[in-house]
Write a protein that binds this ligand. Structure first.
Ligand code: PLP
Length: 284
């Protein structure tokens, strides 16, 4: 196994001398692979074990034989930060595909391809304070959204639609039932209780979501994993989303309609503070 110690340059160009792939690569030709995005605060991984566990679950789900153990990949990821002297807020992107072979749908008998890189990533402090706007899009993805697969075209198209409407995120629904967002999980607060879609195959089981469940239990804030509709979403007291890069992000508009008083709500703010404490984020 090799972890390439790349740091993306300012303009996001990977050092080609260190990392090149054949065009006969199954990630490129079939999207036949999986990935993870892991948060780093002040040079330290946040929720690393959770991400590695999910990587192994995704690999098993697509019958991808990983050429390393959990502890080996953990060691390599730690060394990636050291080699690149990452001491600030950052993220690591890692991708594993079924390898390089002449194009054929049937699995080849070759080693998986694996790369990871670290990139500086400041916290989105302004948006975390003000909240963000969103749109709603039909969830046209497949039935195995719990796998963190490279096949992200429906997510990319939904996010682009959001971007074109000056919005931060696209909220997905299946037959009027809210699932999650294009790259984050979604929650609504009603009468002091948090609601979020259950952990079925229809959503990604987010690592931040997993931690939120532990945080609310400690805070004694009720959280019910129960699906809700678009109509209920518009009637909510608070809405927020979660992901490794967006943290706990308040949502103040959906399709141009204001949620509650149009400000991040008290439960969301309590959770944001609990998250910062948990991630050992110092006051900035
Ligand atoms: C579709 C989707 N849902 C949820 C999430 C949040 O997952 P995590 O909290 O592990 O970052 C992501 C993250 O990229 C995502 O792509």
């Amino acid at each position: 196994m090799k972890v390439y110690p790349n740091v993306l340059s300012q303009n996001d160009i990977i050092d080609q001398k260190l990392l090149t792939y054949s065009f006969q690569e199954r990630g490129l030709q079939f999207g036949d692979g999986i990935y993870e995005v892991i948060r780093i605060y002040q040079g330290t991984y946040y929720l690393l074990t959770e991400h590695i566990d999910r990587l192994f679950r995704s690999a098993e789900a697509i019958k991808l034989q990983l050429p390393f153990s959990k502890s080996m990949v953990k060691k390599q990821l730690e060394s990636l930060l050291k080699v690149n002297q990452i001491t600030s807020d950052a993220k690591v992107y890692m991708q594993i595909t079924r390898g390089t072979a002449i194009r054929n749908h049937i699995f080849p008998n070759v080693e998986a391809n694996f790369y990871a890189y670290a990139q500086e990533l400041p916290r989105p402090l302004d948006l975390l304070t003000t909240g963000v706007d969103t749109i709603i899009q039909p969830d046209v993805r497949w039935q195995n959204c719990y796998i963190k697969s490279l096949n992200l075209l429906p997510n990319v198209l939904a996010k682009q639609n959001a971007y074109e409407q000056n919005c931060f995120e696209a909220i997905f629904h299946r037959n009027d039932v809210i699932t999650e967002c294009s790259s984050s999980n979604l929650y609504m607060v009603k009468n002091g209780t948090i609601y979020t879609h259950p952990e079925t195959n229809n959503i990604l089981h987010g690592c931040v979501r997993q931690r939120i469940k532990q945080l609310v239990a400690a805070l004694k804030v009720p959280l019910i994993e129960e699906a809700f509709t678009i109509e209920q979403l518009y009637q909510s007291d608070e809405l927020f989303l979660s992901s490794s890069t967006a943290e706990i992000m308040p949502i103040i508009h959906v399709e141009g309609k204001q949620i509650s008083d149009g400000k991040p709500g008290p439960t969301t703010r309590i959770l944001q503070r609990a998250y910062e404490k948990d991630a050992k984020i110092s006051e900035q």
